[in-house]
Design a protein around this ligand. Sequence first.
Ligand SMILES: Nc1nc2c(ncn2[C@@H]2O[C@H](COP(=O)(O)OP(=O)(O)OP(=O)(O)O)[C@@H](O)[C@H]2O)c(=O)[nH]1
Ligand SMILES: [Mg+2]
Length: 251
Amino acid sequence: MPQPKRKGKRIIITPDEGEHHHDHHGHHHHHDQPSSSTTVDIELKESFLEYNRRLAQENRAFFDERGIRAFNILGSVGSGKTSLIEAIVERLKDRREEILVIAGDVTTTIDADRIGKHEVQTIQVNTGVECHLDAKLIRKALQSVDLDGIRILIIENVGNLICPADFPLGSHLRIVVVSVTEGPWMIQKHPIMFRDAELLVINKIDLAEVMDVDIDQLERDAKQINSSLKVIRTSVRKGLGIDDVIQQLGL
Ligand SMILES: Nc1nc2c(ncn2[C@@H]2O[C@H](COP(=O)(O)OP(=O)(O)OP(=O)(O)O)[C@@H](O)[C@H]2O)c(=O)[nH]1
Ligand SMILES: [Mg+2]
């Protein structure tokens, strides 16, 4: 049942007051106790990651129950995540009522505004001091909207090649977007992000020559880290490879 009233609707989510403090340290008096040992900190961090993994599993079960396919899009600042999402939703405009996009950003609503122009429902999640989204924020975002009819959830993680790797969100597929402008060593230097991903999008191939970056080598580096990784080369600017991405996502 189409619900045109929510077309392009945008909601902003921020972490609860003090939530970061509480979640990371287990109790509110951490900073009053500078003597707390490193071991304790590590244990708390472990349980925090464990807690996130459990919530991510719950998110996944929730998606499966509702028939929602969820995609987590990761990559450095400026690699082209938002541009790629814009290109995808533009090509899927016949199904725009089925699409929900959650855009993670530290402070702004720029990405959600850009994606919202394509008349899909967006939720901007501002992470504040955090450099990644977590499963709890995704759950909170989902509780803020009407999910009736939603079949496709696209999550743009915060631009960062390190932090988001540790925080599964419950998505069915992780897509890493790298761009040739990040230089020839970026994949080798950040292996963790590629280990758990299913799809690598090498973007901005229109700039490969000026950057003097060997795309074949980038692909080999990625396959060495994760041999089952699918790789698609795109230039979102020139509209190259977008259909392949859509096909690979099963959309
Ligand atoms: N030349 C070229 N520029 C591109 C391409 N894709 C994206 N860009 C540009 O790269 C810049 C960053 O793109 P975004 O889509 O905002 O990147 P992002 O990964 O969402 O960035 P953050 O959300 O800040 O992490 C923009 O100016 C885009 O127009 C491409 O294929 N070729
Ligand atoms: Mg973006």
